[in-house]
Structures are given as C-alpha cells and as structure tokens.
Ligand binder design. Structure first.
Ligand SMILES: Cc1ncc(COP(=O)(O)O)c(C=O)c1O
Length: 269
C-alpha cells in the first residue's frame, strides 16, 4: 500500500492498493473446469487473464473475439495464443447477441462440452474471489474504491467489507446505469442478497469505454496511470474529495486494478 501526498486531499487520506482483479475473478471460476470458453474484445484484459490461467492450470481455453480476425495478431491476442488459447471471431452483430441461446448453442455445437464464462468474467464465483481482497488489507480504512467495467469487482469488494465500511465504484463506460442492476444481480447470485454498502459513480466515463479527453490524458500521463480504468477512478476519487463528499479524516483505499504499481513520487511533484 502506498499513500498519496496530493495537496487536493486535505484531511482525507488516500492509499493505493495495487491488485490485479483478473486472477481474483478467475480463482474460483475455473475450479474443476477442463475446458473454458469466454468472450472479449481484441485488447481484452480478461481474454489474456483466462489464457494465462488456462496455461497455468492446464485448462483448455477458447477465446471468442469481437470483430474480424486481423493478422498478424496484436500483442494481446498473440500472448493469448502463445498461452495455448484457441481464438475464434464473431462479427459485431453476432457478438452483441453472444448471450442468447442461439449464439451459445452454435458455439457449443462447434466446441463441444465447455464451461462458458461471460465477458469480463463476472459471475458468482468471480464475486466471491474479489470478496477476499478487503480482508487482506491490514490497515484500517473506511472506504474502498475501484473502477467498474462489468460490476463483478465492485460486487465482491462490497461483500467482503467489514461492518461500517463502504465501497464506491467508478464506471468507465458511458450510460452505465444498468450496472446498478448488474452489481445487485451478481451479489444475489453469489450470496442470495444485495448489500447496501456500495454505490456507483456514473459521471467519470470521459466519453465512454477507452475514450479519453485531453485533460484526462494529461492527468494520466503526468502520474504514470493506466488510462482505461485507473486514471478515471483516481480522477473520480479526487473530484469527490474536492466536492467534500468525504468527512475530514476519512481513510480511503483505491484499488489499482490495471497496473502493477504507481510511481507515487511523480504524483507529489
Ligand atoms: C484493469 C481492470 N480494472 C477494472 C476492471 C473492471 O472490473 P469489473 O469488470 O469486474 O467491473 C477491469 C475489467 O475487467 C479491468 O480490466
């Protein structure tokens, strides 16, 4: 854990906890699985993580990629292929229907008996994996923050919190109101109930998934932050601090999912 010394923080204290959510999400999802099929875009972190976990745990992996095949493979897909993942492609229209029985049946026909993981890997097992993180943070804190793509990480962090603590998720997609329902659905699936200790911030998407603005780009580049998830969350946290959303003395932990560490020194400068 690294503490940030940003003058904007005032009396609020903010620590960064670098923790890759992908392996956590897969930790229980792949138990007992022999062959897994999952979905993602051509630069999907989830596709890479499934491919790596498959290699490590000797599980056959199939990646269903949105769009057309482009050769040579980009570094992300080349890595997945090098891990032994078999890649197949769905055009964008079919990809949008990837959760329908029609598309799933077609994939099952082609690939045989497979366990299917949703895009982003968010299911009840993934939520239970992410719920293990809050208990691993030894120091006291009041609020835990994370970026939100599909909602599994937030659903899990919230579920793992001790009494009195709360979780705030920062959606990186535009029009992500549906994620309220998704986080609730995932908690219901994992635990049979929805917790009331979390909230979603929908105003820090900067135009949508993987979109950015000159201001966000500058914020990220000056501090060495990954732009798609980490910079949006940290911008959001600092903005809420500036708005006075946290009482003086509040101790916040921001989970940095998208990069192994943050050069904190560059931040203070
Ligand atoms: C680096 C990173 N951070 C955060 C998330 C968001 O996690 P979730 O999809 O569980 O909301 C993702 C997406 O999987 C991610 O790749």
């Amino acid at each position: 854990m690294q503490e940030l010394a940003d003058p904007c923080l005032g009396w609020v204290r903010l620590w960064l906890k670098a923790d890759d959510n992908k392996p956590r999400k897969l930790r229980h999802s792949l138990d007992g699985v022999r062959r897994v099929l999952t979905f993602g875009g051509a630069y999907s972190n989830h596709i890479r993580a499934v491919a790596a976990a498959g290699r490590e745990r000797d599980i056959e992996t199939i990646g269903v990629i949105r769009g057309e095949e482009h050769l040579p493979l980009n570094p992300s897909l080349a890595y997945a292929a090098a891990c032994g993942m078999r890649l197949t492609y769905l055009d964008r229209a079919a990809y949008r229907r990837k959760d329908t029985p029609e598309v799933l049946d077609r994939l099952r026909e082609r690939w045989g008996a497979v366990t299917i993981l949703p895009e982003g890997g968010s299911n009840a097992a993934a939520v239970r994996g992410c719920a293990e993180l809050p208990g691993e943070i030894a120091q006291p804190y009041d609020v835990i923050c994370c970026p939100v793509g599909t909602g599994g990480t937030l659903a899990g962090l919230s579920a793992g919190l001790a009494e009195g603590r709360r979780a705030i998720g920062f959606a990186v997609l535009k029009g992500a109101g549906f994620l309220e329902g998704e986080v609730a659905r995932l908690q219901r699936e994992a635990y049979g109930r929805v917790l009331d200790n979390w909230e979603l911030q929908l105003g820090y998407h900067f135009g949508g998934y993987a979109r950015t603005t000159p201001a966000l780009r500058a914020f990220a580049d000056e501090r060495g932050l990954e732009r798609i998830y980490v910079a949006k969350m940290l911008w959001g946290v600092l903005d809420l601090v500036r708005q006075g959303a946290f009482a003086p003395g509040t101790r916040i932990v921001a989970v940095v999912t998208g990069q192994p560490s943050i050069p904190v020194a560059s931040w203070a400068a």
